[in-house]
Design a protein around this ligand. Structure first.
Ligand code: HEM
Length: 500
């Protein structure tokens, strides 16, 4: 089979390919579109950063994403908006059942959020600014022109701090990411990935490319006969007679996650009876890595902290099954290890031959990966400072951002089934030790336990784990390809004019 051509990097927003690690300053602006024609005029010329490789790293970057409400405000036809996925159109906070599945109840409930919680007032546009140290204010001034101020109303300004890749609880972050198969080296054939692989089809990140099922995600396709402006969009790969509004774009999920850093370390200290070594051990077991990022199971080679899976630790004696990274990425293949021949595959497909009670409860990971692009906010508190009785309770946490082609199958599945799920991998009565809201289920089943199996005897259990992370805002956005963004801008300017 011939390899597909390289993607058009000039049409892809840089954030999909680069985390902007060399740009430590960042500011996220959540905007309402108050004047569509002016918004369109600003968007037509906005210096959006593309994924094209530059020989000299950029000093600044700009990325833009839009919510379903924002697409409406930009005058995109309703029929085209309906071509996007249902969860994007409905939004993160508008459906009570979705909120329950995501764990957004009680203190996490959308009515308490600082932004995004009121379905009638979801910000239309998300503008992400990045800059080298000391350059952010000037970059913002350059972007926030008088036209910008006439076009938009700022709903929220999310500031960030340069935490040097340490998240607020004190752990190295941003270590494990899927390797995106930009060059189409791997087929999406269902039987070539029996074991865990970190390489992921481009169609799991960008719309308009084949995903891990060998299929294309749902997205709006246009006919140039009905809309001559659509000619500026790329052609759809599987239907070249149609233009693709989704191609080279990604969904962007954003959640503002407040972290109770003092509560986290003080609880662990109490569990460890003040013993610093036990405290660190418990913290690392909750995350699944030591604070410096070393995984709790051996990686091979040891110099690469991302080359491991959990098959040699089926009962979670080294890395508890419920640890954050094991829930967020169980590193499973399509079949458990040792299942290679046709016969043993069939045995597994029909549900026989389970070796561990959790085997069949964890789906193959390659269908549920996320590309994380979050940034930290708030004044940092070291674990030592957090242990002091007078540790400050300032707003601090993570502006969690992830990119994907299917919000439901990727972000929502990981958040709901794996992170919040109280029956993950055979463990009961638990949810993610970092993220869980600790609320009992409808049948009163608790979710506030955390078990650490030991080689010597029964699992050591913690009960009454407090809530350490609280949701303070969130939304579903679409980060379009750059040509699609210019098309949206053009819709806003031309249609708004034609109305007057
Ligand atoms: C305040 C909240 C959070 C904190 C403090 C946190 C912390 C961490 C840390 C320390 C790691 C290990 C470092 C790494 O591999 O990069 C990690 C990994 C990860 N987290 Fe989180 N995280 C948070 C929220 C979330 C959420 C909401 C999700 C998704 C629903 C998520 C998904 C992941 C994934 C997919 C990984 C990589 C797992 C792997 O591939 O090994 N995290 N997180």
């Amino acid at each position: 089979m011939s390899r597909p051509a390289e993607p058009d990097y000039q049409d892809i927003q840089a954030l999909a390919r680069f985390g902007h690690g060399s740009l430590p300053e960042a500011l996220f602006l959540l905007l309402d579109i108050t004047d569509p024609a002016k918004a369109g005029a600003w968007l037509e010329a906005a210096p959006v950063s593309s994924a094209e490789w530059l020989d000299t790293p950029p000093e600044t970057a700009l990325q833009i994403a839009v919510s379903a409400g924002g697409l409406r405000a930009l005058q995109l036809d309703e029929a085209l908006i309906e071509g996007f996925s249902e969860e994007f159109i409905v939004g993160m906070a508008a459906d009570h059942n979705r909120s329950r599945r995501l764990g957004d109840v009680t203190d996490n409930a959308p009515q308490h959020w600082a932004w995004g919680g009121d379905p009638e007032r979801v910000p239309g546009l998300l503008v992400l600014l990045y800059a080298k140290s000391g350059r952010l204010a000037a970059w913002r001034e350059q972007i926030q022109t008088p036209l910008f101020n006439q076009a938009f109303n700022t709903v929220s300004e999310l500031t960030t701090v340069d935490s040097e890749n340490i998240e607020p609880f004190g752990f190295s972050d941003g270590i494990s990411q899927p390797t995106i198969d930009w060059e189409g080296r791997q087929t999406s054939d269902l039987h070539r990935r029996d074991a865990y692989s970190n390489l992921l089809c481009l169609g799991e990140l960008l719309l308009g490319y084949r995903n891990e099922y060998g299929q294309y995600a749902r997205r709006p396709l246009l006919d140039t006969d009905g809309d001559p402006d659509a000619a500026r969009l790329p052609a759809a790969e599987e239907q070249p007679n149609l233009q693709d509004l989704g191609r080279n774009g990604s969904y962007l999920v954003m959640r503002q996650l407040h972290q109770d850093v003092a509560g986290f370390w003080q609880f662990l200290d109490q569990q460890a009876n003040g013993d610093p070594q036990q405290r660190e051990q418990l913290a690392s077991r909750m995350v699944g890595r030591q604070r410096d990022g070393t995984p709790l199971v051996e990686s091979d080679p040891p110099s690469d902290p991302n080359q491991f899976d959990f098959h040699a630790d089926p009962h979670g004696q080294r890395c508890p099954i419920g640890a954050h990274i094991r829930r967020a990425n169980p590193r499973t293949g399509d079949f458990p290890p040792g299942v290679t021949g046709l016969l043993s595959r069939l045995v597994r497909i029909f549900g026989f031959g389970r070796r561990h009670p959790g085997d069949d409860l964890i789906a193959s990971t390659r269908f549920h990966r996320l590309l994380r692009r979050g940034r930290v906010y708030g004044e940092q508190l070291s674990p030592q400072q957090a242990l002091q009785a007078d540790a400050t309770q300032a707003p601090r946490g993570l502006h969690f951002i992830c990119l994907m082609a299917d919000i439901s199958r990727q972000f929502e599945f990981v958040q709901n089934a794996w992170s919040m799920g109280p029956k993950f991998g055979g463990v009961q009565n638990e949810s993610d030790p970092l993220l869980g809201n600790r609320q009992p289920l409808a049948n009163d089943q608790p979710t506030d336990h955390f078990s650490q199996p030991t080689a010597q005897g029964p699992a050591q259990g913690i009960h009454a784990l407090p809530q350490f992370v609280t949701v303070r805002g969130g939304g579903y956005f679409f980060m379009p390809g750059i040509r699609a963004l210019r098309y949206l801008a053009h819709c806003a300017t031309s249609r708004d004019k034609s109305k007057s």
